[in-house]
Design a protein around this ligand. Structure first.
Ligand code: NAD
Length: 371
């Protein structure tokens, strides 16, 4: 069914949708600036061959909610550049530079890295128009995936959530799906504070050891370009086996929609902290809530990366960024869990309420109110 523009619009946004086309270099892209009440939007530049307008609008809204929940002076936006991200390097550089230049006047949008783009791409954008985050350290960037900004935030959200369910981190059994930038650092911080990593997976398979896995040894193996199943530390299994592992804390840090109505009953955890974006379907999240499992939603739990990016944009140091992540994520988790408890809401519902109320206050302070 053909969708009209009205399908995408509600009281929060989008504030604008811009299509860019330059046939001479085969450049086609979209920018969605969703809501800028709190400040210029920050969101990733995704390079992919097939992203719909609707998807781009939803991704921009997710950034609006995430940035508002994190209490950043930034709204949400998202851009998509159509093309194969693995195209020849020079051609990719031309397209990204061209796209950025075409959007040079759009001061309501700050580019960040996303699927198909990286810090080098952000350096090209910065060079063209000066507005990008997720930069190489040589030009003022904070290497958030190397320092583990999102994993640091996950550790704090989990620490606060555990207090709510009266479970000590000391000795808590942790399973992580996806041992990449987010997953490995979450494992590192959690085990440094007494947690025990009993299971983990990557795209090749899973590893289980109820006595605990040596996190640094797994990080080293991944650093050599191998899979965690190349380790001899535990019992290797299929990718999916990670859902059945007995644990207290389960952290999805890989792909969207990995837990859904057909497999959610297999999970044994007491707490799920969402490192990946939308790793659970809505019915899976509801199922866990109804069965007494606490679920910290993605845009609260994994906001460490964007908080770090916003701090970078304002020239903060790495140390200040990590402190801000700790402070904001602990406070937000606390507020969301209190609100959820008080009004018998799902944590996600409480988190959306929290973000919306911050956005509505910010919108009332603007001359042009959207509602
Ligand atoms: P990454 O590419 O560094 O790591 C992803 C890991 O998941 C890899 O180890 C990969 O092998 C593994 N994987 C892929 N498919 C899998 C599967 N089916 N089962 C198990 N493991 C699988 O990516 P990342 O930066 O760690 O991001 C992970 C997720 O978190 C993504 O959804 C991303 O959008 C989200 N996220 C990342 C950040 C960040 O700061 N990097 C911030 C917020 C959200």
């Amino acid at each position: 069914m053909e969708k009209t523009i009205a399908t995408f619009v509600d009281d929060l946004g989008p504030a604008k949708i811009i299509c860019i086309q330059e046939p001479s270099i085969h450049l086609q892209g979209i920018l969605v600036v969703d809501n800028v009440a709190a400040g210029p939007s920050i969101g990733g530049l995704r390079m992919a061959e097939n992203v719909s307008m609707g998807e781009c609008v939803r991704l921009a809204r997710a950034m609006t909610l995430k940035n508002a929940a994190a209490g950043l002076a930034h709204g949400g936006g998202k851009s998509v550049l159509f093309g194969n991200p693995k195209m020849e390097h020079k051609q990719k550089e031309n397209l990204i530079r061209g796209f950025a230049y075409a959007l040079r006047g759009e001061s309501d949008y700050i580019f960040g890295p996303d699927m198909g783009t990286n810090e080098e791409c952000m350096a090209w954008v910065k060079d063209e128009i000066g507005r990008a985050v997720g930069l190489p350290s040589e030009i003022g960037g904070i290497p958030l995936d190397i320092i583990g900004a999102t994993g640091w935030g996950l550790y704090h959200t989990i620490d606060v959530a555990l207090e709510h369910i009266h479970l000590p981190l000391q000795g808590a059994r942790i399973v992580i799906q996806g041992f990449g930038a987010v997953g490995k650092h979450a494992a590192r911080f959690l085990t440094e504070h007494g947690g025990v990593l009993v299971g983990a997976s990557d795209s090749k398979g899973s590893l289980y050891n109820p006595e605990g896995l040596d996190v640094q040894a797994l990080i080293d193996i991944k650093g050599q370009g191998k899979s965690i199943i190349d380790s001899t530390q535990g019992v290797a299994g299929g990718v999916d086996a990670v859902i059945d592992m007995e644990c207290d804390i389960w952290i999805p840090a890989a792909r969207p929609d990995v837990l859904h109505k057909d497999n959610i009953h297999r999970l044994s955890a007491k707490l799920v902290a969402q490192g990946a974006n939308i790793p659970l379907t809505a019915d899976a999240e509801k199922y866990l809530h109804d069965h007494g499992v606490l679920v910290i939603p993605d845009f609260i739990a994994n906001a460490g990366g964007v908080i770090c990016a916003a701090m970078e944009y304002h020239s903060a140091s790495q140390t200040a960024s990590m402190q801000t992540i700790e402070e904001k994520i602990r406070r937000n988790t606390e507020e969301v869990l209190e609100l959820a408890k008080k009004h018998s809401l799902l944590p996600r519902e409480a988190a959306v309420q929290l973000s919306r109320s911050r956005l509505e206050k910010a919108m009332h302070l603007k001359r042009w109110r959207i509602f």
